[in-house]
Ligand binder design. Structure first.
Ligand SMILES: C[S@@+](CC[C@H](N)C(=O)[O-])C[C@H]1O[C@@H](n2cnc3c(N)ncnc32)[C@H](O)[C@@H]1O
Length: 435
């Protein structure tokens, strides 16, 4: 395998820039004004705009929670962001859409009223998510749904409603009996210990987490969130907020509609080829926010997304790549990953990336650059060097130069550690620069 990996890397790998390692994950920017409004686990830092010397007109075809767009607006640049996930597109749109002064005072008044009185409203209908009764304690659920009705009934404009709804969505995990972890959600009634999860005594963990008054816990979480968002409103006073456009859709469809040579820079972080399904880990917010109303809709979103997880449309045609086929051929056909159609996933992933990068080349000005933040993955002891493969795909897509800049070492799951001994150098997260 080392020979194949060395030949895929070729002379593409540049000296590392570990100082950028802190910027390719949520911790790198998530605590800043506006960015902090919704914790998007997969987000990166807007500081990359300066570190990578991006131009005035930026495209992010996998914009997630809009980190780059907020950064672009604050610096007076323009951007277009695309995301297939309606929750992500909603979050990004609220963040780059300044509220009018009258809306800010109405929302402030809403906060004061809500701090002072219990919502008298009927609860909003419970969404059709099958585990709705499991992800929230009964009092928490009831309080959340009453608050939702108050938001829907009292917001005086669509903009106010969206701002309030974002605050409501942002607290769901904090007040919930679940949290996002790995490729999905886990429940707070179980605690991780060495060797596995153990059950926490019923009644006690709820008391420890929520206190004796669960409704007051929800109210405090919401008022804290809304107050923090209102504190950040002055950050909207400076910048070019009108020049940010969020498009909800599949980049593979939307990119073709963008004008040729209309961007100076492209920067994005696609989902990694690691089977993680964002629609699984975000299903509570997707259902409770009303972004999906049926399991059919959820499945359709999964199918529309990049082929990075097993719910995507893995039967779509693929472009074959000998070096990728050689690596897939090394995966033990009896291992779990191979039985899960990981070969089809990987071939689909790089075919999708090829299509995306061809579009990026077309919409960039001739001397424009495209930067891709991506991490490698491993299946059954076989490394998939996504960064170098993306660089090669970029060269085929029409870019003249490609380099892979490693920024961070990726940790591997304990069960993979032994089989990856000697290959640690390839467990990296990189910025692929195409020009
Ligand atoms: C790593 S996240 C990007 C996070 C973003 N940089 C941020 O700071 O919030 C990748 C995003 O790609 C989106 N995505 C997956 N498939 C897509 C597709 N076909 N078209 C557009 N977006 C897609 C996911 O919904 C996810 O939000």
């Amino acid at each position: 395998m080392n020979d194949i990996l060395a030949s895929v890397d070729g002379d593409l790998v540049a000296p590392g820039r570990p100082e950028l390692g802190g910027l390719v994950h949520w911790g790198g920017g998530g605590g800043r004004p506006i960015h902090r409004w919704f914790r998007y686990r997969e987000g990166f830092s807007p500081e990359l705009i300066d570190e990578l010397a991006l131009g005035r007109r930026i495209l992010d075809p996998f914009c997630g929670s809009g980190s780059i767009m907020v950064g672009a607006a604050r610096q007076g640049r323009s951007s277009v962001g695309i995301d297939v996930n309606p929750l992500a597109a909603f979050v990004a749109r609220v963040k780059v859409s300044p509220l009018a002064a009258a809306d800010v005072s109405d929302v402030t008044a809403f906060l004061r009223r809500y701090e002072g009185e219990l919502p008298p409203a009927e609860p909003w209908p419970v969404p059709g998510l099958r585990i709705a009764g499991k992800v929230f304690e009964p009092d928490v659920l009831d309080e959340l749904l009453r608050l939702r009705t108050v938001i829907e009934e009292r917001a005086a404009s669509k903009e106010q409603r969206h701002f309030l709804l974002l605050a409501w969505l942002a607290i769901l995990q904090d007040v919930g009996s679940y949290f996002k972890e790995g490729n999905g959600i886990k429940y707070r009634n179980r605690q991780r210990r060495t060797g596995g999860y153990v059950a926490r005594p019923d009644g006690r963990w709820q008391l420890e987490r929520f206190g004796a008054d669960q409704r007051a816990f929800v109210r405090a979480a919401f008022t804290g969130q809304l107050a923090a968002m209102l504190d950040d409103v002055p950050a909207w006073q400076h910048g070019n907020w009108g020049a940010q456009r969020v498009i909800e859709g599949n980049s593979l469809d939307v990119l073709g509609q963008l004008e040729r040579r209309s961007f100076d820079s492209v920067l994005f972080s696609p989902p990694y080829a690691n089977r993680f399904d964002y629609f699984e880990s975000q299903k509570v917010e997707l259902w409770f926010g009303g972004f999906v109303d049926s399991y059919g809709e959820l499945a359709a979103l999964r199918k529309r997304s990049l082929r990075s997880h097993l719910g995507a449309a893995l039967d779509r045609p693929v472009e074959r790549r000998p070096e990728l086929d050689a690596l897939i051929g090394l995966i033990d056909p009896d291992c779990y990953a191979a039985r899960q159609r990981v070969g089809a996933l990987l071939r689909g992933y790089f075919s999708d990336m090829a299509a995306v990068l061809r579009h990026c080349r077309r919409v960039l000005v001739p001397d424009g650059r495209c930067c891709v933040v991506v991490g490698n993955s491993a299946y059954g002891g076989v490394i998939i060097p996504t960064d170098s493969l993306v660089a090669r795909v970029g060269l085929e897509a029409g870019f003249g130069q490609a380099s892979v800049v490693p920024v961070r070492h990726l940790t591997v799951a304990p069960q993979q550690r032994r089989s990856l001994q000697g290959l640690e150098a390839w467990m990296r997260e990189s910025i692929v620069v195409l020009a």
